[in-house]
Write a protein that binds this ligand. Sequence first.
Ligand code: SIN
Length: 586
Amino acid sequence: MSTPGSGPSGRGTGTGPGTGIRLHAPAPGWALEADVVVVGSGVAGLTAALRCAAAGRRTVVVTKARLDDGSTRWAQGGIAAALGEGDTPEQHLDDTLVAGAGLCDEQAVRMLVTEGPDAVRRLIDSGAVFDTSAETGEIALTREGGHHRRRIAHAGGDATGAEISRALVQAVHAAGIETVENALVLDLLQDAEGRTAGVTLHVMGEGQHDGVGAVHAPAVILATGGMGQVFSATTNPSVSTGDGVALALRAGAEVSDLEFVQFHPTVLFLGPDAEGQQPLVSEAVRGEGAYLVDADGVRFMVGAHELAELAPRDIVAKGIMRRMQEQGVQHMYLDARHFGAAMWEQRFPTILAACRAHGIDPVTEPVPVAPAAHYASGGVRTDLSGRTTVPGLYACGEVACTGVHGANRLASNSLLEGLVFAERIAADIAARAPEGSGPGIPVPATGPLQPAEARYEVQRIMTEGAGVLRSAESLRAAADALEGLYAAALGELEAQGKTAVPGVDTWEATNLLCVARVLVAAALRREETRGCHWREDHPDRDDAAWRRHLVVRLSETEKRALVVTPTDTADLPSVRPSRQPSSQEQ
Ligand code: SIN
């Protein structure tokens, strides 16, 4: 398999402004100028912003809610890196490749694991405080699924993301980086050659910038996080509506591996109809010795995998689902009563509080758990410098598909990936002379906006048809229902010239439908079971046919219908460098 980014491809370049598809929105009423605009404020976005600013680039961060409101804040378990005595990047690489079920890009993983330890040290230099061992004073390390060693650094017990977020937000303020909060990014601005010229965005509420505006910049870094809200129940916050992937698709970028949605095995079960963001019960709880049991107290993962409850996440999620099916029940249990109150309070205060808030006391009773959507292993396809197939558009963090995760992300590799690839992007930008950008050429909106209620329809359809366990039948039903939503809105637009009123709810619903359609198209196409893609009608992994990626672009010809064309290829085309070096650099 070739490495993305190893040479020019010409795809996504010189074709004008992407697919020509844009969201219906008012014309920008205000504008900012920058060298780099970072969209998103999790670990990836804020790290990229800090490094770009340190390299002297005028950097603007735009984020959908407050700076600390993204997915990073919710990360519990920690950040994986070979920091412990006797551990090596090579061992971390092995565990990552095994979890990725044959689809990781080994070169990308090698960069992750070798650059990771120093990236974590730089994060500590930025102010993040990790838990340390009382005996040695060294960073305390725990285990999670798929790791053969203790290599997960954590903070505040189980509040790792919150601490990282706190430290980075503080560092961004201290560096004087301009930030625009409550800003939903709409579309990429591109020049006549298809090169990035900035973004349009909508700022909600009162402030210095209000309504639809633009940030003009020749480099845009997407760090918008995930798309967990395409499902009814997810660990993701409500802002995770796939905005970055949808924007990138409309801009003509390629996305890859979208079918690989990771379902976290142990999400607090709050009833079969629970919707929206659900409390996570970190894998680190199992890393510290909790057991998965059924209602009879049987440890059903023992014997199912050499690592039992600490098998890679996809295997544990499947083990739980199988047991639930066999027994006709809706959840299993996580038993950590043996930790005792003191350990629960010190090591897992966030989870303890969440469980108790829902009337469950893990100190005295097993915790009901079931899988829920957690992480998009795929996303906007990038090369090893985070460059997408659109010149000047970068992606890092959950929105990106760097090749690191393959078919199933190894636990706690996501914060590390955000750090490492954000730094790689900043280095790529810093190596190029700053260039101005024009305002971008206007692209008329095509395709309808979805009504706000479509969000819940998409979630219901996806949960029924494209959840943990999938089949051709369930996926076809989902695809038809999603197309029905699209066709209804399109019909209204064509017959009456009407579409839903532009606004946050309708833009989000339109983005959710866009990513759901692509996800289902890819999942339908992949006729095998691999990593976190589980097909009951194709229960085996099929390396001969499917050790390959599904790359999707929106069709440039079928603009109105937003047709997606999954392309299976074992030999991924390379990504063209975003900009040629300027004459000063040559
Ligand atoms: C967890 O703490 O279980 C989640 C960590 C991750 O998703 O990597």
